[in-house]
Structures are given as structure tokens and as C-alpha cells.
Design a binder for this molecule. Structure first.
Ligand code: F6R
Length: 241
């Protein structure tokens, strides 16, 4: 596991964009995309490079990590919608190749299986962007999550619903259930790129990098992966030994 400590969140975004851009330039790529606040600056930097430097995503497809269950199609906080608004609609990735789990599916278990099959059919994720929850979740694999888990329904913790209430009018509107790639699914990506900024993530980053590998600490599964880059600002690195 490589840990890169950068002075500011803006520097974290540049380093993360460098890693994604390097893979995209090497030819057809399957990108794993995260939502939430943390990767937004990276997406803005990639959009800038697309516009200013001709970085092309025309040969890429992408898979979101997760989705809320029950938000209607087109809801501004649906992750399929968020990823288009914040990132993919501003680059030249074909829209038909921008995939996410469907949280409106009538049969969510069947949808989870379909999603796993789609990732596999695409050849697996090359670079997977990850944020981290204050409780150590990646994707929406809340404590506790099996390290071998596959895409499935999970129930959000109160902590995560409180953390995400800022995107909704009130906490009551934050869905309780989600579809998320499992820790086993995420672990099959070729390169895992975990981003974190701010003091609020310091505890979770220390547990991820230095804590025991355990289902109670989902992001610790990264310790078992052969190619992980953790890019953090100084505040998020502040609890590392
Ligand atoms: C979102 C996701 C989550 C977020 C995490 C951190 O697709 O998978 O794991 O990465 O909740 O969110 P922010 O970046 O908003 O702190």
C-alpha cells in the first residue's frame, strides 16, 4: 500500500487526477467511480484536462460503487444522476457506458447480480476511486461487512445518514437502504485509489492503514490488496503513526 500525503485537498485532487489520467492515456479503461464530496475536485481536474489538454475518455466505460434504494430515476441525489452531473456529462465518455446499480429495480437481489455480471463482462475495473466514511465504510459497506461480500443491499448506519443529510432537505429524506458493490467486488479492481481530506477522516484513515483487518473496519480490506494508493491531505493523515 502506498500512502501519499499532500498539503491540501487541491493537491490530493491533482495527484488523483494524475493517476486516473495516466491509466486513461494507456488505452481503453474501465473506471470505478465514487460519489460523495471527496472526489469532486478530482473530477473537476479531469474535466479541466479533457477541455484544456484533450484528455479523452472516449474509450472508457465506468461503474459506480453504489446507489440509494428508492430514489426515483432522475432524483438529483441519485448517484447515477450525481455522477453524470458532476463528471461524465462534461467529458467524452459514451453515456451508454456510464453504469450504476439501479436502486429502483423491483427485484434488488437480481439487480445486484446483474451489476456484478456487467462489471465482469466489461473485464473488471482498472482503477477504482474510493472515498471513505467517518465510520470506515467504502462504497456503502458499513461496519460490519464481510471482506468477501458481493454487490448487495445494505442498511445505512445512523452516522452515515447524518453525514449525508447535508445533501438532502432533512435526515428523514436520506434513504435507509442502498445497493453497494461488496468489499470482495471492490477488491477485484486492478488499482484501488482511496482519497480522503480533512480532520474528520483522520481516525478512519488510521484504522484503514494501521488497524486490524476486520469486518468492523471495512476499509481495512485494502491492506490485503496488491495495488493500493491512499492519497490524503495533511489533516486526514494527522492520526497516522
Ligand atoms: C459514495 C461512496 C461513499 C463515500 C463516503 C465518503 O459513492 O461510496 O463511500 O465515498 O461516504 O463521502 P464524502 O466524500 O462525501 O465524505
Amino acid at each position: 500500500m502506498e500512502i501519499v500525503i499532500r498539503p491540501t485537498p487541491a493537491d490530493v485532487a491533482v495527484t488523483a487526477a494524475d493517476i486516473v489520467a495516466e491509466r486513461v492515456r494507456r488505452g481503453p479503461a474501465v473506471l470505478g467511480l465514487a460519489t460523495g464530496s471527496t472526489p469532486l475536485a478530482t473530477y473537476r481536474e479531469l474535466i479541466r484536462r479533457h477541455r484544456a489538454e484533450g484528455l479523452s475518455f472516449a474509450d472508457c466505460v465506468s461503474f459506480n460503487l453504489d446507489e440509494y434504494v428508492g430514489l426515483p430515476k432522475g432524483h438529483p441525489q441519485s448517484y447515477r444522476e450525481v455522477i453524470r452531473t458532476e463528471f461524465t456529462s462534461h467529458i467524452d465518455i459514451p453515456d451508454a457506458g456510464v453504469e450504476g446499480p439501479d436502486g429502483t429495480a423491483a427485484d434488488l437481489a437480481a439487480e445486484a447480480k446483474r451489476y456484478e455480471d456487467a462489471i465482469r463482462a466489461a473485464g473488471g475495473v482498472d482503477v477504482q476511486l474510493l472515498g471513505i466514511g467517518t465510520d470506515g465504510h467504502i462504497g456503502f459497506n458499513e461496519p460490519v461487512s464481510s471482506l468477501a461480500s458481493r454487490t448487495r443491499i445494505k442498511t445505512l448506519t445512523t452516522q452515515t445518514r447524518e453525514d449525508n443529510a447535508r445533501f438532502f432537505a432533512s435526515i428523514d429524506e436520506v434513504p435507509i437502504h442502498v445497493l453497494t458493490q461488496g468489499l470482495g467486488t471492490i477488491s477485484e479492481a486492478g488499482h484501488l485509489l482511496l482519497l480522503a481530506t480533512g480532520e474528520g477522516k483522520a481516525e478512519a484513515i488510521a484504522a484503514t492503514v494501521e488497524g486490524p483487518v476486520a469486518a468492523i473496519n471495512p476499509a481495512s480490506v485494502l491492506q490485503l490488496h496488491p495495488h493500493v494508493t491512499v492519497v490524503v491531505d495533511e489533516a486526514a493523515a494527522s492520526r497516522l503513526r
